[in-house]
Design a protein around this ligand. Structure first.
Ligand SMILES: [Mg+2]
Length: 353
C-alpha cells in the first residue's frame, strides 16, 4: 500500500485523495494540484482508497473511473454507503465520451463532478478549488456552530445561576431576617390581595394583631439575644396553631399579625385563644436564662363589622380595627384576646368569655 507521504495532522491543511490505478496518472495529477495548503494522498485502487477514507478526513476525492477489479463507480458507491465518507465530494476522472456522461446523474447533486482526460490543468484546478472552498466554508461553519452551541450552553448556565440568585434575593426581600416569616412590607402586599379576594368572592377574612406583653422588660433584664430567642420561639408556637394558608408576618419589633382567610369569627377566636394559652404556658429557656411571656391579641373579622357607609372592607379598615382591638386588650390588662366589635360604634369592643 502506498503510505501517506505528508503529515495529515496540520489543521489548516486540506486533504485530497487521488485514486488511479496508474502511477504516472497520479504523479501528473499531483504535479498540477500541488500547493502548500494541500495534503495530497495517493491510492492505486478502489480498496486502497476506501482504507485511506477510513483513516483520514478528506475534503475531496479525485477518482479514476476506469480501474481494474473495482472501478470508480463501484468505489464511489461504497464510499456513499459508509457514513464517514458519504458526503465527501468526488470528481470523477474519465476518458468516457461526453455522450456517456449521464452515468453521473445518479450521484448526489452538488457533491460530484467530472473531468475529462486528457486533463486540462486550468479546468482541473478550478473544479478542485470549488470543492476545497466549499469544504473550508463547511469547516468554518462547523467551528462557528460548535462555539455558538458552547456559548448558548454557557448562557443557559448563567441564566440558571441568575434565576437562583433572583429567587434567593426575592426571598430575602420579603422575609424578616430574625424569624423568617414575612416582613411588614410584603405583608401589605399580601393583605391587599387577600382583601380584594375576600371582597370579590364575599368571603370571610380575619386578622389577628398580636403583641408580646412587657417585652421591653425581657430585653432590658435578660438581654437582646434572649429577646430575639423569645421572638423566634414565639413564631414557632404560633405556626403550630395556624393553617398553611394563613399569612403570618412580623409587623414590628414584638408585634405580629396573621391573616386568616375563609374562617368564621368564632373559629378565628378559637385560634387566637389557643395561641394566647400556648404562649402563656410556655417557658422560654435558652440553657442559661428562662422567662415566661404573655401575648395580647386583637381580632377583627370583615363579616363581623361592615364599614359605616356600607362600602367594602379595605386593608386599612382591617388593620385599624384589629389594632383597636389589640389596644383594648392591652387596656383591659393584657394576656387576652379582644374581638373588635360589633354592630355600631368603632368604640364598642367586646371581650369574649
Ligand atoms: Mg485507469
Amino acid at each position: 500500500m502506498h503510505a501517506p507521504t505528508k503529515t495529515l495532522e496540520t489543521k489548516e491543511k486540506q486533504n485530497i485523495l487521488l485514486v488511479d490505478d496508474r502511477l504516472e496518472n497520479l504523479l501528473a495529477l499531483e504535479a498540477i494540484l500541488e500547493a502548500p495548503h494541500l495534503n495530497i494522498i495517493r491510492a492505486r485502487s478502489g480498496n486502497e482508497a476506501l482504507e485511506q477514507l477510513l483513516a483520514f478526513e478528506f475534503a475531496l476525492v479525485l477518482l479514476d473511473v476506469q480501474m481494474p477489479e473495482m472501478d470508480g463507480f463501484e468505489t464511489a458507491r461504497l464510499m456513499r454507503s459508509v457514513e464517514r465518507s458519504r458526503h465527501i465530494p468526488i470528481i470523477f476522472v474519465t476518458a468516457i465520451s461526453k455522450e456517456d456522461i449521464h452515468v453521473f446523474k445518479g450521484y448526489e447533486a452538488g457533491a460530484v463532478d467530472y473531468i475529462m482526460k486528457p486533463l486540462d490543468p486550468v479546468i482541473l484546478i478550478s473544479k478542485v478549488n470549488v470543492f476545497l472552498t466549499l469544504d473550508s466554508q463547511r469547516r468554518e461553519l462547523e467551528k462557528t456552530t460548535k462555539s455558538l452551541r458552547e456559548t448558548i450552553a454557557q448562557q443557559e448556565e448563567y441564566k440558571k445561576v441568575i434565576e437562583k440568585q433572583n429567587i434567593a434575593l426575592k426571598e430575602l426581600s420579603i422575609r424578616d431576617g430574625l424569624t423568617g416569616i414575612y416582613n411588614h412590607r410584603h405583608f401589605q402586599e399580601l393583605l391587599a390581595r387577600e382583601v380584594a379576594l375576600a371582597n370579590r368572592h364575599d368571603t370571610e377574612l380575619c386578622c389577628l394583631m398580636m403583641d408580646l406583653d412587657y417585652f421591653k422588660v425581657v430585653n432590658d433584664t435578660l438581654g437582646h439575644p434572649f429577646g430575639d430567642f423569645v421572638l423566634k420561639q414565639f413564631v414557632t408556637l404560633v405556626k403550630e396553631e395556624i393553617r398553611s394558608s394563613d399569612i403570618l408576618a412580623r409587623y414590628g419589633g414584638e408585634e405580629f399579625i396573621i391573616l386568616l382567610p375563609n374562617i368564621s369569627l368564632n373559629d378565628a377566636n378559637k385560634v387566637a385563644e389557643k395561641i394566647r394559652t400556648k404562649v402563656e404556658t410556655h417557658t422560654y429557656k435558652d440553657g442559661i436564662r428562662s422567662s415566661n411571656v404573655t401575648v395580647s391579641i386583637g381580632l377583627y373579622c370583615n363579616r363581623y363589622h361592615s364599614s359605616e357607609n356600607g362600602s367594602e372592607n379595605g386593608s386599612e379598615d382591617l388593620l385599624r380595627f384589629a389594632d383597636k382591638a389589640l389596644y383594648q386588650a392591652k387596656e383591659l390588662g393584657r394576656n387576652r384576646v379582644v374581638v373588635y366589635g360589633p354592630e355600631s360604634s368603632d368604640e364598642h369592643l367586646v371581650c369574649p368569655e
